[in-house]
Structure formats: C-alpha cells, structure tokens
Design a protein around this ligand. Structure first.
Ligand SMILES: Cc1cc2nc3c(=O)[nH]c(=O)nc-3n(C[C@H](O)[C@H](O)[C@H](O)COP(=O)(O)OP(=O)(O)OC[C@H]3O[C@@H](n4cnc5c(N)ncnc54)[C@H](O)[C@@H]3O)c2cc1C
Length: 328
C-alpha cells in the first residue's frame, strides 16, 4: 500500500545485524496509526534468512533484491536499489538505523530521490496522518520535531536502541516480493577485494556495557586497564574526543557529538570531564558511572553513581571485585 512504513534490514559480514529488527516495532505502531502495514526491505546475495526473521519480528511483507553484486555492502550499489524500490513503491516512510551503513545508504538514496532526510531520530509518531520525527539538537540540549510536508517517502535514520526490540513470534510468515533489479559491476566505482575484521571486539553502538576513557587517563597506557575492565564485564571500549585526538585510541571508539551515539545499559566514564559534546553521545545510557578525581567535574551532574578518585586506584579495585563476583 502506498502509505506503508518500510524498514531497511541491515546485514554485514554474512550475518544479520541482530538489532536490525528493532525498527519493525515502531514501524508497526506507525503503520497502525496510518491504517497500513509495516514492510521490511533487504538487499544481498541471498536474503531468504533475513526475510524469514523479519516476519518473526512483525513485517507483513518483505521486498528483496538479490544478486552476487550485492554480496558485501557497498553503498553505491545498495543506494541504487533503495532508490529504485522507494521510487517504485513510494511508501509513507522509510526507516533506517542511524548506523554507518544505515546512514550511508539513506543519505545517498535521499539525495538521488531529491527527498529530505531526518537523521538520528529518537522518536517517531503519526499525528493527523502525518509522520513526526524528533531528533536532538544543539548537543542534546534541545529536541526538534521535524515534519516533511512535501516529500514522500519520509526518509529517516533512527538512533539505535531508541525503541525496544519487538517480541519475536516464530510462527509468523508472509509474502516475499523479489524485485528483479540489477546493478552492473562495471557501473560501480568500487570493488571489494577482501574483508579485514575490525580489531574492535564488541560493536560500540550495540554494546550493553561501555567502559570509556578520557584525557584523564594521562596516556595511551591508561587504556590497558580500561580494556581489562571492559573485557572482565563483557563491555566495549569507548573514548572521549580528547583521548582520540591524543592518538591513544582509534576514532572508531569516539563517543559524542562527532563520534558515536550510544545507549548502553551501563556507561562507565573514566577520566572524562563531561563536556556537552561528549554527553550528547551517551547521556541516554540507562546507568552512568563516573570515575573522576575532581569532585566538581560536570560529568557527576549526569552520573547515576559517582566515584571521586584516581582511576589508577579505582579501576583495579573494580576489576578485583568483578573477578570475585563473576567467578572469573
Ligand atoms: C564541535 C565539537 C565537537 C566535539 N565532539 C566531541 C565528541 O564527539 N566527543 C567528545 O568526547 N568530545 C567532543 N568534543 C570535545 C569536547 O568539547 C571536550 O574537549 C572533550 O570531550 C574533553 O574530553 P575529556 O573529558 O576526556 O578531557 P578533559 O575535559 O580534559 O577532562 C579530563 C578529566 O579527567 C579527570 N582526571 C584527570 N586525571 C584523572 C585521574 N588520574 N583519574 C580520574 N580522573 C582524572 C579530570 O578531572 C577531568 O575532569 C567536541 C568539541 C567540539 C568543539
């Protein structure tokens, strides 16, 4: 139907990105308000598994484009497909996760279609038949609700974990619409030669626990103990921009306005002052633990628990405690 809500399903390194289905829940709520359906769409060499899972999480239909050329993610090839599908079916809204892949393909397709794009939305609703997209602005101090009155579909990227994962029901199935759309290898400017798996053990954006370090760590070696704590509790390692700019850790780990936006269950900030640009990327964590030797550090205003002390003394004690508690 023309006013359906479409959800883009990501996959990478041969597996479905596990949180890709979280948008089907909010997509379904929007579709209910629009009197339409939530549909998934996926691109890949073979997307049968993705389609099957998408039905379990509430998609009523799955639109798929398959081909060898789509084996690995290449934004140029994927965006051509997304542009084709959205132009052909003109759903009311197309939702993408605000991940690197989701943002890349949504932005390219919006540009090709001449449509607007609302990025990093944290709330979505339908009022009076109109899709309203809310996003943070000015470093997270304000939120703005965006309405796109002219363009259709409304293309939006949604902050990961902004909405709860819908319940899985593996008795559900549905119709897969396979579109014959091909992209020639010769039309593409890039080739995938090989995949090098990232050294980063746990994906920062999807992590439930993050241990982050800032300038207060003093030097690159400071991250050793941060990594040790993260490994002990099954967390990912994050960083402030000051730590990244100092060359102590890769930019991939940066949290904040110009880094990643995260929403873990626990965020442990070590030697991070709590600048507004850092808070913009992590303030919605369920529980923030701040370790800082300055009792006046602004991070304490946003922390659930604050520990005033030198991280070199506090973090080893935490590791010891967790070792006992977790029987490691
Ligand atoms: C346009 C723009 C975009 C930006 N984007 C980002 C972004 O995405 N992410 C980001 O993080 N920043 C960003 N920044 C930079 C931001 O303004 C801050 O400069 C940065 O976050 C500070 O990092 P920090 O907290 O690690 O360092 P500092 O502000 O220097 O804080 C270090 C803290 O460590 C504490 N400390 C020192 N020694 C110890 C110790 N031994 N034990 C415990 N605590 C100790 C100190 O008390 C202090 O509070 C941006 C800035 C601009 C202008």
């Amino acid at each position: 139907m023309a006013n359906d809500v479409w959800v883009y399903i990501e996959h990478k390194d041969g597996g479905i990105a596990p949180l890709s289905f979280e948008l089907l829940g909010i997509g379904k709520a929007m579709a209910n308000d629009l009197g339409s359906n939530v549909c998934a769409f996926a691109i890949g060499e073979n997307v049968d598994n993705i389609a099957k899972e998408a039905f379990f999480y509430g998609a009523s239909k799955v639109f798929a484009v398959e081909g060898e050329v789509f084996k690995g993610f290449r934004s140029e090839a994927y965006a051509k497909v997304v542009t084709f599908l959205l132009d052909k079916y003109k759903p009311e809204a197309a939702l993408f996760r605000a991940t690197t892949q989701g943002t890349d393909v949504a932005a390219a397709s919006a540009a090709q279609l001449g449509m607007g794009l609302c990025t990093d939305s944290i709330d979505l609703k339908v009022e009076g038949g109109q899709v309203k997209m809310t996003r943070a602005a000015f470093g997270g101090n304000y939120s703005v609700t965006v309405v796109n009155e002219k363009a259709k579909p409304q293309i939006v990227t949604v902050r990961p974990k902004a909405f709860a994962m819908p319940e899985k029901d593996d008795s559900k199935s549905g119709e897969v619409v396979k579109e014959a759309f091909s992209v020639e290898e010769s039309d593409l400017n890039t080739k995938i030669l090989e995949f090098n798996k990232s050294e980063v053990a746990i994906n920062l954006v999807e992590a439930d626990i993050i241990v982050s370090g800032g300038r207060g760590l003093g030097n690159e070696d400071g991250f050793k103990i941060i990594k040790e704590l993260a490994a002990m509790i099954g967390g990912a390692v994050g960083a402030s921009r000051a730590a990244v700019d100092s060359g102590w850790i890769s930019q991939e780990q940066q949290v904040g306005q110009t880094g990643k936006t995260v929403k873990p269950k626990i965020y442990i900030a070590c030697g991070i002052s709590g600048a507004i640009q850092h808070l913009a990327g992590m303030r919605t964590a369920d529980c923030i633990v701040a370790i800082n030797k300055d009792p006046e550090a602004p991070i304490f205003k946003n922390a659930t628990y604050g520990i005033v002390g030198d991280y070199k003394q506090v973090v080893p004690k935490l590791i010891e405690k967790f070792k006992v508690k977790l029987n490691k």
